[in-house]
Design a protein. Sequence first.
Length: 308
Amino acid sequence: MILTVTLNTAVDLTYRVPALTPHASHRVTQVIERPGGKGLNVARVLAALGHETVATGFAGGATGAVLREQLAATPVRDALVETAGPTRRTVAIVDTASGDTTQLNEPGPTVTAAEWTVFRTRFSALLDGAAAVALCGSLPPGIHVGAYAELVRLARTAGVPVLLDTSGEPLRRGIAARPDLVKPNADELAQLTGTRDPLRATREARGRGARTVVSSLGPEGLLAATPEGLWRAAPPSPVKGNPTGAGDSAVAGLLSGLVDGTPWPDRLSRAVALSAATVLSPVAGEFDPKTYEDLLPRVRVAEEPDRP
């Protein structure tokens, strides 16, 4: 099975409006509610690809109860730890005229030291039998900034490949613990390395401890620095829609390829096709299977020369 970790889970609300105008009232044409947080999005995509998937992290309060009820309707197995504080909500407002999305993210509950100890024990137990683990998203209040580094070390000790997808100081500390793969976006990569040159930044990030760095470049696809070489992968043409969750689908594609043992070009094709198919989906954590199958053979993958 594949284990996903979402320390700051959420109930995702998507509001679709004809046009988003500041300082104005809006009539919402559609409301969609889903269990969310980056790791849960990854888990749902993995399950849709046919992988046995277990989700852990934190959930609490009335919002957490809603999240767990919704999660029970999916193939993802719930191994979340209860918190006294309520799970957060996130709101995505989709302007259907332009296709642009405005995102509002609450901070999440304050996790106590006792709750963290319970989670850590559960995480260690779940590593037994896991083929891979993904550590995804922001840290809720109360969790120490080195939490992901701690979890990376536990996974490495258990011999389980670990992917890290976070930002800021948690990424900086986590990458030093030597995860098998990190997947920053362009802004996160620039914040980590101090450079906006994608190739230079990706190489520098790998030099900080990760075995592989796969950088999300938005509509331009992915740039991967792997032990086997450098690769670029891009969709056949730009896609417009709701980008929320596209990076999470890319993570699912990379994990799926890792577990299946596919070569890097095929892993990157899978990740890019899933990401693009998610942009065309109305909500995060979902993709249109027909679009994915259509895009997969048309993703452009090219090896980069490994020059300084």
